[in-house]
Structures are given as structure tokens and as C-alpha cells.
Design a protein around this ligand. Structure first.
Ligand code: MN
Length: 388
């Protein structure tokens, strides 16, 4: 993709301009980001998903049993019929994993790394429905799917920003409204992290939130050091073979800190392990129980493909790749695999994985490493056979 091509999705600016001027910096309203957008899912289908055990859903009722009542799914069918006429919202997470047409929307966002994308949450709101003024720690693109929603943006927030007292929701006690817009189907609003926003349904409305993910600094440190510690022996310790006589035995001298810093730097600076950890961490699936595959061997895989089977990425799987020296690393749903450099084009195909079949896999099926990799990914559940 040429980063300088003007994109309709971004209101006619290029990916390069968007990243330079807006990404993580300031909001952008895009009228008709997806012209004539027809929501691939309707409110009834969304409510249907919220009945399912494996789907994460929430209901927020502004004037429920208490203000901003939160209920968690899965819901029973009759729960929806008992709701008031107005001022409630149903939120369903990761709809992209359950409805392929919703997953396809993510194709529009290929100018950003796929491992930064979290999920497509869809919310349905009755007239007047909202989840209150709030801020998120993530970037989000809010695409209007059906009906109209009125958005107000406010101030930049942080952990000090006062919130209403609520056990589960982070609703701002103080919203300093700025610009506001009414979004219609196909319109989209980009919001950077920590910008206060408040969207209220004008009529029955569906809003798609394409959410991004970024690990917190605390997560990076705790998870990476946990990962590193698996490779360390108990014998490797703080050492001070260079110690000098001390004048006061109770004082911790700064040379001790220097030795600690050297020990930390040696391990934290291991780029290969950092990359391995990061790729594994960023491809961990949201729902690992949905990434499981069948027992299969090379021959069975080859037979299936010869008979016309098509492999696609499991919508619950996450894939990414990188390079180390002359080798390649494939990250698949929290696992990593070191692979020979000649598989580069296959890795790219697998990660894009719209459809892998006998014809486009061609030579790779004759390559032992390639065939073996495909087989392992099917067994792991990251790739699966498309339904006929
Ligand atoms: Mn939000």
C-alpha cells in the first residue's frame, strides 16, 4: 500500500498525513469514510450474539435499578423485552471474531500494524442511550453503522480526572464539552487516547468501535521480566568480585547500583528475546479457547488441499512476523517459531491469509519447512479449513 495515496477512509488524506497529524494526537471527523455503508449486522443479530456464552457483552441502563446500571452478558432473550424505551446501550466485544463481514472491515485499517488492533466492538443504543462521558486509554475509530449518534468531545484526561462513584464504570464527573457532531451511517470519528468523549444516540443506532491496544509500561516490564526469568539459572546472581573495603558496613554504596544496572542492562538489552516476547505477547488471542485445531499430519493436509480445501486464518487467532539476522520469526496466537529465511513470502501470505489453497500455495507444499509450518498452524488452530 502506498502511504501517500489519499484514502477515502481518512477523508481524503493519506496514511502518512494521518499518522503525522492525528494518530495519538488529535481527533478527526470523517464524513462518509465508508460511503453508503450498510451495517453487516442489524440490532436483532447483535442482541442474538449477546445471548451466546462465548461472547462478551454488557448492558448499560442510564436510569436502571441505580444510575448507570451495568449488567454483564450472556443475556436471556426476555431481558431485552423488559428494557425501557430509551436510554440504554448494549455493547458487544470482538464482533469481528464472530461475524466475518465485520472482520472484513478491518481491511480498511491495513495502514496500521494489525497487532495494534484489538477488536471491533459494536454498540446498539436506544434513543438517548449513552455510556456516559468518559475517556479510554486506547485509540479508537467510531464508525456509525445505523441511525444517528451525537458525539461531543471534551478535555484530555488522565488518572487524576475526577470520576463518578461507580464500582465498574469510569464515567467522568466533569465533562468540558468542546466540538460536537452528529454522525450518520458511514461517518467516522477518530479519537486519540485519553480524550474525553460522549456519544448519545439520536435514534436507534449502531456504532462500530475499532479499538486499538497498547500494553501499559507496567505490563511490558512485568511480562517481559517474567519471560526473561525462564531463561536464567539460579546460579546467575549479583556478583561483586571487584568489591573494595567499606568504611561503613551498613551503607549501600553506589557501586552496588552500578553492578545491578549492568545486570539489568545485559538482560533487558537482549533484542532477540525482547522481540520474541513482544511478538508472543501481542499475538495472544483474546479468547484462547477459540484457537484450537485438529490432529493432522502432512499427508492429510496435502490431501485436503488437493481436493480443494481452503485454509483461512481463524478469526480468533492473531498472526505477525519479524526477522532476526537471516532467520524469520512467526508469531501465531501467543507462540513463536524460528523459521529459515526462504519462507518469507509464505509467512506474508499466511499472515494476510485471506485464503490459502492448492493453487496459491503451489511450490510451498513441496517445501518441507513450508508444508510442516502450515500443518503446525492448522494443528494449533491459528489456521483452519474454510467452510464449504
Ligand atoms: Mn469510548
Amino acid at each position: 500500500m502506498n502511504p501517500d495515496t489519499p484514502l477515502q477512509l481518512l477523508g481524503g488524506i493519506s496514511a502518512r498525513e494521518f499518522l503525522r497529524d492525528y494518530w495519538q494526537k488529535k481527533p478527526l471527523l470523517i464524513r462518509q469514510a465508508i460511503p453508503d455503508f450498510q451495517s453487516p449486522i442489524d440490532p436483532d443479530e447483535l442482541a442474538g450474539l449477546a445471548l451466546e456464552e462465548e461472547v462478551e457483552s454488557r448492558l448499560i441502563i442510564e436510569n436502571g435499578e441505580r444510575p448507570w446500571e451495568l449488567r454483564r452478558g450472556p443475556f436471556a432473550e426476555d431481558e431485552f423485552s423488559k428494557l425501557p424505551e430509551t436510554e440504554w446501550t448494549l455493547l458487544v466485544q470482538a464482533v469481528d471474531q464472530f461475524v466475518p463481514e465485520v472482520g472484513e472491515l478491518l481491511e480498511h485499517f491495513r495502514f496500521l500494524p494489525s497487532w495494534r488492533i484489538d477488536d471491533v466492538m459494536i454498540s446498539y443504543a436506544a434513543p438517548g442511550g449513552s455510556v456516559g462521558p468518559h475517556f479510554d486509554n486506547y485509540d479508537v475509530f467510531l464508525l456509525q453503522g445505523h441511525g444517528k449518534r451525537h458525539w461531543k468531545i471534551g478535555q484530555m484526561c488522565d488518572t487524576e480526572s475526577p470520576l463518578l462513584e461507580h464500582a465498574d464504570l469510569r464515567i467522568l464527573a466533569d465533562f468540558q464539552g468542546g466540538e460536537e457532531w452528529t454522525l450518520e451511517p458511514g461517518d467516522m470519528l477518530y479519537l486519540p487516547p485519553r480524550l474525553a468523549h460522549w456519544g448519545v444516540a439520536v435514534d436507534d443506532c449502531l456504532t462500530y468501535s475499532v479499538g486499538f491496544r497498547a500494553p501499559s509500561a507496567a505490563e511490558v516490564l512485568t511480562h517481559f521480566t517474567d519471560f526473561l526469568s525462564q531463561f536464567m539459572s539460579d546460579e546467575e546472581r549479583y556478583t561483586d568480585a571487584d568489591a573494595q573495603p567499606v568504611s561503613d558496613p551498613h551503607q549501600i554504596q553506589h557501586d552496588a547500583l552500578d553492578r545491578l544496572k549492568a545486570l539489568l542492562a545485559e538482560h533487558m538489552g537482549d533484542e532477540r528475546l525482547l522481540l520474541t516476547w513482544f511478538g508472543q505477547f501481542m499475538t495472544e488471542p483474546r479468547y484462547p479457547e477459540l484457537v484450537v485445531g485438529p490432529e493432522l499430519d502432512d499427508t492429510e493436509l496435502l490431501d485436503s488441499l488437493e481436493q480443494g480445501a481452503v485454509l483461512i486464518r481463524n478469526p480468533s487467532a492473531r498472526l505477525a512476523w519479524s526477522e532476526v539476522d537471516d532467520d524469520l520469526l512467526l508469531f501465531a496466537s501467543g507462540q513463536s517459531r524460528l523459521l529459515p529465511g526462504h519462507l518469507r513470502e509464505l509467512l506474508k501470505m499466511i499472515c494476510a491469509a485471506d485464503a490459502l489453497h492448492f493453487d496459491n500455495l503451489g511450490q510451498w507444499l513441496a517445501d518441507d519447512d513450508g508444508r510442516n509450518l502450515l500443518c503446525e498452524l492448522v494443528k494449533q488452530g491459528s489456521l483452519g479449513f474454510a467452510d464449504e
